[in-house]
Design a binder for this molecule. Structure first.
Ligand SMILES: CC(=O)N[C@H]1[C@@H](OP(=O)(O)OP(=O)(O)OC[C@H]2O[C@@H](n3ccc(=O)[nH]c3=O)[C@H](O)[C@@H]2O)O[C@H](CO)[C@@H](O)[C@@H]1O
Ligand SMILES: C=C(OP(=O)(O)O)C(=O)O
Length: 423
């Protein structure tokens, strides 16, 4: 099993190319199921989750070709098996995004329940509630959501859907299903993440009628058919945010090419308050920092976009570990997203957790050790901690990292980090 070996203490300088967003590419690969015409996605990141999603849609009779330059061509004209089996869904929760497109295009879907994961129980009750509101008959049996249109129906029916909480993949599933439904769908309490807007723009390029994406009320007028399109996947704000935290913590001067500062307001604000200089520059983001104890620890609460993203909580916590002062971090989205804390403590961090709240007291130095990654962003926080720690840090179980970071160690090496993958 691959591990990352990091020799800490280097500052980072140069330029990093930010990849396409995992959380946009995954729903967009599913959106290609909505049409029988070819769809081309550009800037698709090289990630394990993308490979899993391609496997999932190929399993449905879809042709999907991936080129080294990030182009993926999908032809779902021969879609013949509307099923997302447990073996694939269990490794990637985003498989639930097949539910809406399959129901809309094929009139039925059998999608495995994803089950819990390291960061929380992550139920899909809202996805089920929304599809049912559009008329789908949906039961949960033998670990699967089995959904179909009522007898005699050709399409889902538009509906008003108000979810109990803001759900990102829920909003995406409803938007995709509603694009081909009969009549109007209004999504209240919709997620506003940039990935939602990126998906909406792709759907609009396919002929969908969508308004209000990027706000909490999205209106979709269903159309009978969608056509093919070419769409470029938006830059990954979480990858960019991860590099921002890494450079702020180690010190250095790095430009994140293609990074979108306007998608990272809450994180950038905190990095500035911590003492880093972060600016939007032409075609990217520049971060300059003197690193370590010159920074001040920053408290924050994770919330839905445009608030501080839960997917950045672990990485910012790594920075807080070596900053001056004490910070309180509250995780409000997932009930178990502090799995990185015990591993950071193994590196010498001082952190106390009480329920949703972690209190981090900055220490002058971390010292390298072997640590274990437990989920995707926890892995990234351990890499950042390893970059600032004295001596060698070995991060084990980096298959979690490979799920969502495109060539992370090569990108870090390119800006001066001493990091290598070992078997
Ligand atoms: C592929 C993808 O885009 N993943 C992102 C997406 O996950 P995902 O879409 O799974 O997360 P949600 O926005 O749905 O989850 C938000 C909260 O709602 C709860 N919930 C959600 C749906 C539901 O049916 N019932 C329910 O109780 C969840 O358990 C969680 O507590 O948004 C998360 C929150 O920003 C990010 O961390 C993930 O990176
Ligand atoms: C939690 C994440 O992803 P997923 O929803 O795919 O598990 C993430 O990207 O941090």
């Amino acid at each position: 099993m691959d591990k990352l070996l990091i020799r800490g203490g280097r500052t980072l300088q140069g330029e990093v190319l930010v990849s396409g967003a995992k959380n946009a590419a995954l729903p967009e690969l599913c959106a290609a199921l909505l049409t029988a015409e070819p769809v081309t996605l550009l800037n698709v990141p090289q990630l394990q989750d993308v490979s899993t999603m391609l496997k999932l849609i190929r399993n449905m009779g879809v042709t999907a070709e991936r080129a080294d330059d990030g182009t993926v061509r999908i032809d779902a004209s021969a879609l013949n098996s509307p099923e997302a089996p447990y073996e694939l869904v269990k490794t990637m929760r985003a498989s639930v995004l097949a539910l809406g497109p399959l129901l809309a295009r094929f009139g039925e879907a059998t999608v495995s329940l994803p089950g819990g994961c390291a960061i929380g129980s992550r139920p899909v009750d809202q996805h089920i509630k929304g599809m049912a509101a559009m008329g789908a008959e949906i039961v949960v049996e033998h670990g699967y959501m089995i959904a179909k249109l009522p007898a005699g129906w050709k399409r889902l029916k538009g509906a008003r859907i108000t979810t109990d909480m803001v759900t990102v993949t829920g909003t995406e599933n409803f938007m995709m299903a509603a694009a081909l439904a009969e009549g109007e769908t209004v999504l209240e309490n919709a997620a506003q993440e940039p990935e939602i807007s990126d998906l909406a723009e792709m759907l609009i390029a396919m002929g969908a009628k969508i308004e209000g994406h990027g706000t909490s009320r999205i209106r979709i007028q269903g159309v009978e058919k969608l056509h093919g399109c070419t769409h470029r996947v938006v830059a990954d704000r979480i990858e960019a945010g991860t590099f921002l935290c890494a450079v702020a913590a180690t010190g250095g001067d790095v430009v994140l090419r293609h990074g979108r500062a306007d998608h990272l307001d809450a994180v950038i604000e905190k990095l500035r308050e911590a003492g880093a200089t972060v600016q939007a520059v032409d075609g990217g983001i520049r971060v300059q920092s003197t690193g370590g104890a010159t920074l001040k620890a920053q408290g924050f609460r994770t919330t839905e976009y445009p608030g501080f993203p839960t997917d950045m909580q672990a990485q910012f916590m790594a920075l807080n570990c070596i900053a001056q002062g004490t910070a309180t971090v509250t995780e409000t989205i997932f009930e178990n997203r502090f799995m990185h804390v015990n591993e950071l403590v193994r590196l010498g961090a001082k952190i106390q957790v009480d329920g949703k709240v972690a209190v981090i007291e900055g220490v002058p130095r971390l010292s390298g050790a072997t640590v274990m990654a437990t989920d995707l962003r926890a892995s990234a926080s351990l890499v950042i901690a390893g970059l600032v720690a004295d001596g060698e840090t070995m991060v084990d179980r980096i298959y979690h990292l490979d799920r969502g970071y495109d060539c992370m160690e090569a990108k870090l090496r390119g800006i001066g980090a001493d990091i290598e993958r070992v078997g």
